[in-house]
Design a protein around this ligand. Sequence first.
Ligand code: BGC
Length: 710
Amino acid sequence: MFENASWIVHPNNNLYEPVCFFKKLSFKKQVKKAALNITALGCYYSTINGKRVGDFVLAPGFTSRKRVQYQTYDVTKDLKDESTLEILVGDGWYNGKINFGVASNVPKALICQLDILYTDKTKESIVTDGSWMSRRDKLRFAELYDGEIYDSSYEDSPVNARELNHDKKIIVKQQGVYVKEQEKIKPQSIFKAPNGDTIIDFGQNLTGYFEFTVNAKKGDKVEFTVCEELDKDGNFYNENYRDAKARFEYICKDGKNTYKPRLAFWGFRYIRVDSFPCEINDESIHAIVVHSDMKRTGYLESSNALLNQLFSNIIWGQRGNFLDIPTDCPQRDERQGWTGDATVFCKAAAYNYDVEVFFEKWLTDLKLDQGKKGNIPNIIPQTVCWDWSTTENTGAVWGDSATIIPYQIYKMYGNKKILKNQYVTMKRYLGYIASTTKKRYLWYGCEQFGDWLGLDAPSGSYRGSSNEDFIASVFYYNSVKIVAEVSEILGKNREKYDTLAEKILEKTRKTFKEYKTQTECALALYFDIAEDKKAIAKKLNDMIISNGNKLKTGFVGTPFLLHALSKNGYTETAYNLLLQEGFPSWLYSVKQGATTIWEHWDGKNENGEFWSKNMNSFNHYAYGSVADWVYEEACGIKPKLPAFREAIIAPKPTDKLDSLSATLETRNGKIVSKWYHKDGKINYEIETPVKSTIIIGEKRYDVEKGKYTF
Ligand code: BGC
């Protein structure tokens, strides 16, 4: 593909100024089949005779700079004898602020090949070259953090595109899931804020854009700025977007104007209407939700309305942040593939949605961007500004994305190929730890993120007070154990890794004798580090009770806390944490009106005041990892064999809820686990498509597929 095509650029490329490349096509013979192959260094939006080609938003997506995916569209029906093919290209993820302000020196570029098969069986390929024309577009500005500026009256004189000598070997076939428009959301309300601003509330923190229609005079302006939260007085607040302007500007033509952005996206619940040619109403505008086109597989429902809202927030956290790559957040000047966030959320993500292909693609980028020493950049795809391949550290948990995520994908979907593809990467990662640690058989003395955002952080720090060397060593141990397992699955010798794991365990136990924080206890229990589990589980339970049934954990402790409790006889304490409504807790944010998962437990205090503007996203999925506890422990659905070829269903009910149910569409059919209280008894309704072990209390039932009640 693209052998005869050239990368083309505008002869005077300007950063953030989109360029339209176009070609007039004329066919003398009848077209039987036509396939359009496109990719860009940047993001593209293509049309034939004004009609959009395909529905991939922000194509070609976000990958390592070592590769760029191309897409193929069947355009047979779109071509007429005389046609115009236009492809608008913006800087997208390739260039500019998204790379922490550092622009690459490669201009936005397009490459394209239109393959035609005529009815007389002859073939022709029309490819990008210097005969293509290029012009600056009415879309005058497009940048992912700052938004779009569109001027209806702008006209530019076309000039020939320039061919760019740039590597074509980086071009690969589309591997990931298309990013698509998913849903339209009408305004829930439009109101005047106390300070006089007009604000549209969509009732849901979401990721995507908006579409509006307005009758206007030439030169009239539409101007929007977006935000996630209102301040305590009910006024617009977007200081937490930091350097992302998150704006939109549109200069109207005479008559009817209908527009939706093409080369930007925003994370928002509210739009401040900075100008609009007439009174705005809910017929004038709707929001459009955009994310990777994943199939929903998991559903949770309970008798508690706040808990159901939390389940919804977790789903929306995933919808808002699975936009071609797993991002930390969709709104502020980051939107990066922070690996630690993905590591802790990947299990919940894989219950909620089918994320097999989504992660397969991202892990390929992780493999490509792995550093020379085996280190994993903390952001995948790696940005231009930080060359982690040679200079930067890898944090534990963040780097463990290399082992934990492929292994999770294998367990959920039975995908051995992903293990095969990632095996060398996993081993090199272990090699990196061994080469960087200051104490053999531990991960010790290196720069770490620790229990990121743990509430027991020393003042002014983002890192909880748990011992960072302990956390790193536990995850080192866990990754070595995963590599041992994976070695066996791939038919290789696991012994070396088993021996290494034993040594790490021994040294970790010897070095870290005491577990002082909730996170340390939770990790020691969950990862089988603690020798006297009973004592440590009691200690953890006591710590939580003496803290008023409240947690103090951050990104690292939180995903394992409830598991550690319920696996060691303290299910009720786990439920107390899940159902806690006071600060800090999951339901605290729900009671504060959250519609997604917050980055900080204390993102907003009870008076409606915000935590520091420096780091305060209201759409960060990490703490949504609690969903995996609800699926696996509270409802008890776990894979016994990969892809749920056999299942374990071991629900753990509580008196604190009247009912709870999980439905999971696995690769081997639908599993349902529901329990509810009736007439003083707990009733269970279980449905399994495969041979399963059902555990109810102390009783164990080995069953064939079917529906069961207990
Ligand atoms: C991101 C986090 C990330 C962290 C690591 C933050 O800026 O938003 O989610 O994991 O940095 O340092």
